[in-house]
Design a protein around this ligand. Structure first.
Ligand code: ZN
Length: 682
């Protein structure tokens, strides 16, 4: 079914305010709750299709598709085909028996003609769905092995009734909890390589041997070092020496990489510009040869390819799955520029000086000439490998430090993914934690836009604003361990202060200040209550953003108490916070911004420490317990993963592609089975 969406979801959200790598998803991006913008044509789009184990399955839309030219659509299509062609690689990288087990289970799933209403069958189905979700038999996040909730006898019966073949070893891997129990072991005392199930090392290679091998090929004097071990599995040769089995054409994963290369070649033929085409050629050469110098050349060209509307990640990228941190997991993400977010960003950039001049901070801390920070939001058109079904929400690449320093890096927020997460979470949290019906209505009508504007202001204006006093060192040197939460809080405060400024309406960024009020509601609700659900009972708040949301909220609550700016209400033993004076709250945000800017500009460590430790670290245990209980009752699965849209070429009588349509499937099982058939190249 093709979903018609007219007024589209503009995505501008949650940024990676940090270094390289990926920003993992949390199910709690700060401002967003659950709204759908009124009158949107996507109101009846089914965001979440199902929930099983600790997982939920979500769909995402591709805003802006119709703005692409035919060649751009083809480019996206070819890049997604390239990505999917390597899907099997991730299964094999995660564990050496994964592909065999997946194929056996899929064969049973398709061919079993017996009772499909029994608990055993349903548990078998959940087990298979969990394998699809995590690209293998280990949990994608916890690294623990999935436990089949059915007996080995039942499974053996399924195997024989469907003429399925499965090795003894694979069967043991499934049912013996002690065998390869953990995907990645991070405790050195247990043997990093020996105790990790990942398939980057043959079973007979030890941690010591692997480390010795990598040391032997490392050149400490190389100032442009290749990413050694990134694209290979360590094995032992006939002489018992450790050698690399390289991922390349004619090598390990060759059959899948040949398909990837084919589609990358098609993509190159419709590249948007020369730099993009050059990068694609480099990537093809790298896959053909396995030569890591070519991977670096590719990355240098890729970083410089910034002019097109289409971009992509494709390669053996993140090394989190390798207990020694060398080998990259196969991953692809295909992205389209978020046109609406870009428009919004340019409005903010063009008015950056207004925001600086009118800021409540002291004049001596204002920049005479402020330039907004470019902040990139993209919409995902397809993902595979390590990025699918579970996906990051932000990516900052490349990982090679010398390339980042010398040639730069790209940092993007995956706007439509963040949006889908928020939509899928439903209104449960909002209904539970909002003080009154008016607040709920305001959130439903405005919180999506409010969240996007908050993030845009935070990134484009907030981080760019203000200046240090002369001869004051950088915040890292002066504010030390509090520097990042102070900086994040400062950027939040700039955003909050201006979200209730009539200038935002004047600039056409929002229709009314209701948007700003919705953001105030959501910010206080999150900072005082809902973000605590991400914390274990008894723990202090540690993470910089969580801390700043707490110290901002607690500070304004306390300072406004005498004037009843924010009122605490306890109803049926539950806490609620009701903002009674939005204008005064805005003044308080301004006061705190002025103080925080002073702290940063002067490098006032003692004041930073007092603010952060006084308002942002400790948690009231009774309130925390209450929040956890209220949240648990809602039954929201902690991890989300995505069904990809299908890009469907439309061809004329000669077989030429005349258009490519987007279809949004809603059946996770069917998509996984289709992928296994269509892209089962290993
Ligand atoms: Zn930030």
């Amino acid at each position: 079914m093709k979903n018609l969406w007219g007024l589209l979801v503009l995505a501008l959200f949650l940024a990676a305010c940090g270094g390289g790598g990926q920003e993992p998803a949390t199910d709690d991006s700060q401002a967003a709750t659950d709204s759908s913008m009124t009158m949107d044509a996507d109101d009846d789009f089914e965001w979440q299709t199902e929930q099983f184990a600790d997982l939920k399955i979500i769909r995402y839309q591709i805003p802006g598709w119709d703005k692409l030219s035919l060649d751009q659509k083809k480019l996206v299509y070819y890049l997604t085909q390239a990505g999917l062609s390597g899907r099997d690689i991730m299964y094999d990288q995660n564990y050496r028996h994964n592909l065999e087990i997946r194929k056996a289970l899929e064969n049973i799933y398709i061919n079993y003609a017996g009772d499909k209403t029994s608990d055993d069958w349903k548990n078998f189905e959940v087990y298979l769905k969990r394998i699809w979700f995590s690209n293998g038999i280990h949990h994608h996040y916890a690294n623990t092995k999935h436990t089949p909730e059915f007996s080995q006898e039942y499974f053996s019966a399924l195997v024989s009734e469907t003429n399925t073949t499965l090795s003894e070893e694979a069967m043991t891997a499934m049912f013996d909890a002690s065998v390869d129990a953990k995907k990645v072991e991070q405790d050195p005392n247990k043997g990093l390589v020996e105790s990790s199930a990942v398939n980057f090392y043959a079973p007979d290679v030890t941690t010591e041997e692997a480390k010795a091998y990598f040391a032997s090929i490392t050149d400490p004097d190389d100032r442009a070092p290749i990413s050694i071990g990134l694209n290979s599995r360590l094995i032992k040769n006939a002489a018992g020496e450790v050698v690399e089995d390289v991922y390349k054409v004619g090598g390990l994963y060759g059959p899948a990489l040949e398909k990837v290369i084919y589609w990358l070649g098609m993509a190159e033929s419709v590249a948007e510009n020369d730099k993009q085409a050059a990068a694609l050629r480099n990537l093809i050469e790298y896959y053909e040869t396995g030569d890591l110098r070519k991977w670096d050349v590719y990355n240098i060209n890729w970083v410089q390819d910034t002019e097109g509307d289409i971009d992509y990640i494709n390669g053996f990228v993140e090394v989190y799955n390798d207990p020694l941190g060398y080998t990259g997991s196969y991953e692809t993400v295909v992205q389209i520029k978020d046109f609406a977010a870009s428009d919004r960003m340019s409005v903010l950039m063009n008015n950056a000086q207004y925001f600086e001049t009118n800021s409540p901070i002291m004049d001596e801390h204002k920049k005479e000439e402020v330039v907004g920070i470019t902040y990139n939001v993209v919409n995902v058109a397809g993902e595979a490998g390590d990025a699918s079904p579970s996906t990051p929400i932000g990516v900052n690449l490349p990982n090679a430090n010398w390339i980042r320093v010398k040639h730069g890096s790209k940092s993007v927020s995956l706007g439509n993914i963040v949006n889908a997460y928020d939509k899928a979470s439903g209104s449960g949290m909002l209904d539970e934690f909002a003080h009154d019906a008016e607040e709920i209505e305001r959130a439903k009508a405005n919180s999506e836009l409010a969240g996007k504007l908050h993030t845009a202001m935070h990134e484009v204006i907030g981080h760019a604003s203000g200046k240090l006093e002369e001869s004051v060192g950088t915040p890292n040197q002066t504010l030390l361990e509090h520097s990042s939460t102070i900086e994040e809080g400062r950027a939040d405060l700039v955003a909050l202060y201006y979200l209730l400024d009539p200038k935002m309406v004047e600039l056409g960024l929002m229709e009314s200040l209701e948007v700003g009020m919705a953001e105030y509601d959501g910010y206080i609700r999150n900072g005082m209550l809902t973000q605590l659900r991400r914390l274990e009972l008894g723990a202090d708040i540690e993470e910089a953003h969580m801390r700043n949301r707490a110290w901002v909220s607690n500070w304004v609550y306390e300072k406004g108490m005498a004037d009843s700016v924010i009122v605490k209400v306890i109803r049926d033993g539950k806490h609620f916070y009701d903002i009674q004076d939005y204008d005064k709250l805005r003044v308080l945000f301004g006061d705190l911004l002025k103080e925080v800017q002073r702290i940063k500009s002067k490098g006032d460590y003692e004041a930073a420490k007092e603010l952060v430790e006084g308002y942002g670290v400790k948690v009231d245990q009774d309130v925390h317990t209450e929040v956890l209980e209220r949240t648990e009752k809602l039954g929201i699965a902690p991890y989300g993963g995505f069904i990809n849209p299908v890009l469907q070429p439309v061809t004329d009588a000669q077989g030429n592609i005349t258009d490519i349509e987007v279809v949004y499937p809603d059946d996770f099982v069917q998509q996984m089975l289709f992928y296994s058939t269509e892209y089962g190249h290993l």
